[in-house]
Design a protein around this ligand. Structure first.
Ligand SMILES: C[S@@+](CC[C@H](N)C(=O)[O-])C[C@H]1O[C@@H](n2cnc3c(N)ncnc32)[C@H](O)[C@@H]1O
Length: 353
């Protein structure tokens, strides 16, 4: 058997496989850099290991070893003659600061998912799934920090204007609901920007809703409220002019019911604004999509399993545009326009009945 192997191909694959493991470890190094403030400290100026450790208030031995990983991993530059490390400005843009380009917080995904890996692996044999409650509270925190800067940078100027005329209607004053609102940052930003409109965020996580309410209080928003609700029970009355959902349909226990409820809770001329991961429904059409393996993996380790845990559909993160269109039509939407959301990863569906 072995003699038929193309040895070159074996070597290449082994190298590439180990490269994936290396990327995983580097993701954890980014997580540590984010949590300890090392990237922010290094962005303030080039430094030796000792100077950086002192600047960040950390133990030098750990910092030096971490620098070894992020330097050989290509995240940080190193001048051997002076022993000085630096963060190229282009890397600093993606690892520090408050712009939506800063992806450092997203690195938390790996440790968060890995903590549930053996339970998910068990479901491959036993069936069922790992429920949402098993992922909290760190899922709630991860979801908040990984989307917060994106909303700050893109929600008002990038996402909402994809629906023509929507910012104007929001400015004039309409009734809005956000489905699966999590910690509610999107709702709170909209409520601050559009004081004539009223907003309600629904999520079945009491912990996430508590955080959403606290932020609304801190921001002094009389027009934003949050309710713990399973959105498959969303009432039809009184109707909303706009319903939004950000990354919150594909992991539903019963996404078909959630979409029907959304359609039923809209005013006759209302709009459903759905943001979901950009993918095709057919696996073959996702080959070559650089984010597809990430989406399917997220699905196995979180989005699909939380749905299957409740005996649900297990739609999966990469349910894709064709399936989404089909389900939106079945839910009662006659007009469905799909646009690329700013950034490479999401699509926006503008739906009307
Ligand atoms: C991937 S998170 C997105 C959260 C939020 N939209 C954001 O962008 O940060 C999906 C959210 O949907 C909520 N969710 C899932 N199924 C739900 C249901 N049936 N009713 C209410 N909330 C639900 C989860 O608790 C979670 O907060």
């Amino acid at each position: 058997m072995t003699e038929h192997l193309d040895k070159r191909r074996v070597q290449d694959f082994a190298r590439s496989l180990f490269g994936h493991y290396t990327s995983g470890v580097l993701t954890l190094m980014v997580d540590i850099g984010y949590k300890t403030g090392l990237f922010e400290a290094l962005a303030r100026g080039a430094a030796t290991s000792a100077a950086l450790a002192e600047r960040a208030g950390l133990h030098e031995r750990y910092v030096r070893e971490w620098l070894g990983a992020v330097t050989t991993g290509g995240l940080v530059d190193y001048d051997a003659a002076s022993g000085v490390f630096s963060l190229p400005p282009e890397h600093a843009a993606c690892l520090t600061g408050t712009s939506s380009r800063n992806l450092a917080a997203n690195s938390q995904v790996l440790a968060m998912l890995a903590g549930r890996l053996s339970k998910v692996a068990g479901c491959f044999r036993a069936g069922g799934g790992v429920p949402y409650s098993d992922f909290r509270p760190d899922f709630t925190e991860y979801q908040d920090v990984s989307w917060r800067l994106l909303y700050d940078g893109l929600l008002l100027k990038g996402f909402l204007p994809v629906a023509k005329g929507l910012p104007e209607r929001l400015r004039a004053g309409i009734r809005v609901a956000d489905i699966g609102c999590g910690t509610g940052h999107a709702v709170n930003l909209m409520a601050r920007e559009f004081p004539a409109s009223t907003f309600v965020g629904y999520d079945f996580s009491a912990e996430a809703i508590e955080r959403a309410r606290a932020e609304a209080r801190d921001m002094g928003l009389p027009n934003a409220r949050f309710e713990v609700l399973d959105v498959t029970m969303l009432p039809a009355e009184p109707p909303f002019d706009l319903i939004t959902s950000f990354d919150a349909v594909h992991d539903q226990r019963d996404p078909a019911m959630a979409l029907r409820r959304i359609a039923g809770a809209l005013a006759a001329d209302g709009t459903y604004f759905m943001l979901e991961p950009r993918a095709a429904t057919g696996l073959e059409d996702n080959v070559g999509n650089p984010f597809a393996a990430y989406l399917y993996g997220m699905s196995v380790l979180h989005c699909m399993t939380v749905s299957l845990a409740e005996g649900g559909t297990g739609l999966g993160t990469a349910w894709g545009e064709q399936k989404a269109r089909e389900m939106l039509r079945e839910a009662g939407f006659r007009s469905i326009d799909v646009a690329a959301a700013p950034g490479p990863q999401n699509s926006i569906y503008i739906c009307r009945r």
